[in-house]
Design a protein around this ligand. Structure first.
Ligand code: ATP
Ligand code: MG
Length: 563
């Protein structure tokens, strides 16, 4: 698969902004925003939105801001605020141009806009409770019923609303509703709720407020206050656009007038991109926190070894459209493999070790063999590998017998040790009980370092490590979090039952090159012939090496499925 071939032409939003500027429909400065609610960690779906919003601002010389859409204190946490800002900067690869904004810092203005709607008869205080409001909303085929409080006079409404603000009424006893049309075809226009009473301490505004605006009411106003020109969001908000426009129309906000445009959400096979679902995985203990390397969160992907460059390329390649589709995991993996191939130093690690004794190698002799740290990039230098009488090879790289497609070591056959000598196997020691091979007896040919004798065809090259000159590391292998391409279920329990029970395999004692002792948290390596790995940023210490597999060298999943 060539990623270049997937580069999309300019997408419809790019085209729209160019046209708006050209026609003079918007102010000269394009303003966009990325507006997460701080109720969870960012996931790769958010990366698509960040890439789009910051990308459009950069392309048209405008500005994009991070704005926390913090109108529901019950679900929000300062921990999420901090993680979101950190993840946005990490993904962008730079600090923000402006400090983040908070919808909560506009609560005064939003409140005044609400009073303005009341004063013009466009909003009213309704005493129905939540269930009653839901029950009278109607359905797609039936109109809703008007609230008995709909025709309250302006004075009564403003008085009640001010008393709501002053804390005179219980949570849930009254709401402020827009006065639009209970028979509207679009249910969002049937007198939607604008404010609810909720005594909850807010992470930014403390106990200043006991009532909070809804998403629908605050979002368009925050956009207007920030002079956003293009409010880009995902398709589930399309049905809310008439309300977005209605509010701005009633308040006569035209200078400039923000416009909402929708694009399709990102979904990826074998995982979920919904904060509610991700929250469930964390809270049920199904994963090791928001940054578990199996999570599609930016924190999880970072801990797994994904680079921001790989994620940005991924966003570039999936493009922007209004068509819903589920992107193959293979594309995401391709992007990170491609990126790490250039930047990751090579090293050797043996995941499932099998001991080999080189019988013609003197007992205590150590020979240092040079190997490049990167096959194409000389600037990364060389490393030294210790060759000794006892070495580890991968169990899979030996078979007692095999057909000629197996290019590694067989009993009676030869193989080259990567960056080393050719060895010949003349005996496989087996365990009497299990019948498993426990050790190989081999000889090496001293004339084969760096040269291929013309009389012998040795096609296989395998990785290896000295038994005495290697370190032990814990290696964590990750697989798909879910067994299904589109995990979804009505109940949480059924959803959790779709988790892949084999999504994590821990190999506690893998020999690795001694040079890896100096690796720092987050450093990436290609373990030759095995895959890309990075030093775990949480559990690794000076005395404990822990590597996470970012991605295998080849896509074993697709192969498995096609068999
Ligand atoms: P979730 O459904 O995961 O809880 P959300 O939409 O509630 O996500 P927000 O914090 O409101 O999360 O999202 C911030 C922005 O990111 C919104 O503009 C939203 O449209 C966008 N966004 C969220 N999920 C995706 C996705 N999967 N693909 C693209 N954009 C997304
Ligand atoms: Mg949302």
């Amino acid at each position: 698969m060539s990623v270049e071939a997937l580069t999309p032409p300019p997408h419809f939003i790019q085209q729209m902004i160019a046209d708006d500027l050209h026609a003079g429909r918007i102010p000269a400065t394009v303003v966009t925003r990325f507006p997460p609610e701080p109720n969870g960690y960012l996931h790769i779906g958010h990366a698509k939105s960040i890439h789009l919003n910051f990308g459009m601002a950069a392309e048209f010389g405008g500005i994009c801001r991070l704005r926390f859409d913090d109108t529901n204190p019950l679900k929000e946490e300062p921990e999420y605020v901090a993680s979101i800002e950190n993840d946005v900067c990490w993904l962008l690869g730079r600090p923000l141009e402006e400090s983040p904004r908070f919808t909560s810092s506009y609560f005064d203005q939003i409140y005044h806009y609400a009073e303005q709607l009341i004063l013009t008869g466009k909003a009213y205080v309704c005493d129905l409770n939540n269930e009653e409001i839901r029950a009278t909303r109607g359905t797609l085929t039936q109109p809703g019923q008007e609230s008995p409080y709909r025709n309250r006079g302006v004075e009564e409404n403003i008085d009640l609303f001010r008393r709501m603000r002053a804390g005179e009424f219980a949570d849930g006893s009254r709401v402020l509703r827009a006065r639009i049309d209970m028979a509207a075809g679009n249910i969002n226009m049937r007198d939607p709720i604008l404010y609810r009473i909720r005594r909850a301490t807010h992470h930014q505004t403390g106990d200043n407020w006991c009532l909070y605006p809804t998403y629908d009411f605050s979002h368009c106003l925050a956009d207007a206050i920030e002079r956003v020109t293009h409010s880009l969001c995902t398709l589930e908000f399309e049905d809310h656009r008439p309300l977005y426009d209605w509010i701005l129309d009633q308040l006569d906000i035209n200078d400039p007038r923000p416009h909402q445009t929708e694009f399709s959400r990102l979904s990826i096979e074998y995982t979920v991109l919904s904060k509610r679902r991700l929250n469930l995985l964390v809270n049920s203990g199904s994963v090791d926190g928001w940054d578990d390397p199996r999570m599609p969160t930016l924190a999880g992907l970072r801990r797994r070894g994904y680079t921001p460059e790989a994620l940005r390329r991924f966003c570039q390649h999936i493009g922007i459209s209004r068509a819903d589709n589920r992107v193959e995991m293979a594309l995401l993996e391709h992007c990170v493999r491609d990126d790490l191939d250039h930047r990751a130093a090579r090293a050797m690690a043996v995941l499932h070790p099998l001991k080999v004794v080189i019988e013609n190698w003197p007992q205590d002799q150590v020979e240092w063999l040079s190997a490049p740290c990167h096959p194409q990039d000389d600037t990364m230098g060389v490393r030294q590998l210790a060759m000794t009488r006892e070495i580890w090879i991968e169990q899979d790289d030996f078979r007692r017998q095999a057909n000629k497609d197996f290019k590694r070591l067989v009993h009676g056959g030869e193989v080259r040790l990567r960056n080393g000598y050719i060895i010949h196997c003349h005996e496989a020691v087996t365990d009497a009980v299990s019948g498993l091979v426990t050790e190989l007896r081999c000889t090496y040919d001293p004339d084969t370092l760096g040269v291929n004798p013309s009389n012998r065809k040795v096609r296989g090259v395998i990785h290896w490590l000295s038994v005495s000159h290697s370190l032990s590391a814990e290696v964590r292998l990750y697989d798909r979090l879910f067994t299904l391409t589109s995990p979804d279920a009505d109940s949480d329990a059924a959803f959790l039952a779709m988790l892949n029970p084999e999504s994590l395999t821990i190999l506690p004692n893998c020999p690795v090159e001694p040079g890896l002792a100096h690796a720092k948290a987050g450093d990436s390596f290609q373990f030759e012939r095995v895959g890309f790995f990075c030093v775990d940023n949480r559990d690794a210490t000076d005395n404990r090496l822990v590597f996470n597999r970012t991605v295998a060298l080849r896509d074993s999943w697709t192969r498995k499925e096609s068999h």
